[in-house]
Write a protein that binds this ligand. Structure first.
Ligand SMILES: Cc1cc2nc3c(=O)[nH]c(=O)nc-3n(C[C@H](O)[C@H](O)[C@H](O)COP(=O)(O)OP(=O)(O)OC[C@H]3O[C@@H](n4cnc5c(N)ncnc54)[C@H](O)[C@@H]3O)c2cc1C
Length: 307
């Protein structure tokens, strides 16, 4: 939307439907101004608003490579063979859920193993299931899953959650959730092609036991989707892209916004804020380039010395 309002021709390349993780989130309660909005509805509003200001949205094809060519422009290659040329690119590819990497995880994927509560929760009506993790996603989704499940074990490797306090309170108050602290999952097992239990281990004593559950929802973090970028780009230890205050990466003209970027928190509000800055910075970068001027300094200018 901001690119369009800056009179830039913006093309959004999306491998699925526009909306990203919003489409996997039932209700958003913390997007300022919307006390309660369905993830799907917010995604539709974002898409329509961007389109109104001229964004061209191309769906259902994956970006394979983004490459900076000799003249400083970019070539973006798609899986269907299309190649786009552009003077700047904003990467907003988000992240992919991290897997537990234990025996049975792949075998029972879709047969008990899930990474999306809103997508699969309804399949577990009156079941006993488990959630793995200790951050906001694990706690929020454990709470959400009690709408369907009779009981939810929340298995966490530490003795305290990383989730925000308000989400922790929700978990503590929910009688259907039993937290199993200091445990990790070693194996997911089943019978006749469906999950029946998991083997969990106490990290303090190493004692192992079976936990009967027909579903396991894994929320142990995300791996940023940065594989499309050809060439080295600065990133943090988790692989998240490092940007300056203008959202520009270490590659000139390549910007990043949202969950793919190294930052304190990853929310819809922060993704929207990053993207606003990135689009406006792209406009300034392109204007400077067109006029043959050096690109503006990414750092804020010190207007007065500290007293
Ligand atoms: C279960 C869950 C619940 C959440 N609840 C909340 C909440 O209540 N409130 C809140 O503020 N935030 C919440 N979040 C976080 C929020 O959804 C994200 O911070 C936000 O969606 C980030 O937006 P993004 O555009 O950076 O990335 P994403 O939403 O991940 O979008 C990335 C998009 O890039 C596309 N893509 C990736 N690679 C390619 C490729 N190679 N080619 C083409 N397209 C590609 C993907 O298909 C995807 O649509 C939640 C997240 C999860 C997982």
């Amino acid at each position: 939307m901001y690119a369009g309002r800056s009179m830039l021709k913006g093309t959004v390349l999306e491998q699925g439907l526009p909306g990203g993780e919003l489409l996997n989130t039932e209700v958003i309660e913390d997007y300022i101004g919307f006390e309660h909005v369905l993830g799907y509805d917010l995604a539709e509003k974002f898409n329509a608003h961007a389109a109104k200001f001229g964004a061209e949205v191309r769906t259902y094809h994956r970006v394979e490579k983004v490459r900076r060519v000799a003249d400083g422009t970019f070539e973006t290659s798609m899986e269907n063979g299309d190649v786009f040329a552009s003077p700047a690119v904003i990467i907003t590819a988000g992240g992919t859920p991290i897997k537990l990497n234990v025996p049975g995880e792949i075998e029972y994927a879709g047969k008990g193993v899930s990474y999306c509560a809103i997508c699969d929760g309804a399949f577990f009506r009156d079941h006993t299931i488990m959630v793995v993790g200790g951050g906001d996603a694990a706690c929020e989704e454990a709470d959400f899953l009690t709408r369907y499940a009779a009981k939810v074990y929340l298995v966490h490797r530490r003795g305290e959650f990383r989730a925000s306090k308000i989400v922790q309170q929700r978990v503590a108050k929910n009688p259907k959730i039993e937290v199993i602290w200091h445990h990790v999952v070693d194996e997911i097992a089943g019978a006749d092609g469906l999950m029946t239990h998991a083997r969990i281990r106490d990290v303090r004593s190493n004692a192992s036991r079976e936990l009967v559950a027909t579903g396991i929802f894994i929320f142990i973090g995300f791996k940023p989707n940065t594989g499309v970028i050809e060439g080295h780009v600065e990133h943090d230890a988790g692989g998240y892209l490092i940007t300056d205050a203008n959202m520009e990466t270490s590659i000139r003209g390549l910007f990043a916004a949202g969950d793919v970027r190294a930052q304190l928190t990853r929310q819809v509000t922060t993704a929207v804020g990053d993207a606003t800055t990135a689009a406006i910075a792209v406009e300034k970068y392109l204007t400077a380039r067109k006029n043959g001027n050096p690109a503006p300094s990414p750092q804020p200018t010190l207007l007065s010395a500290p007293r």
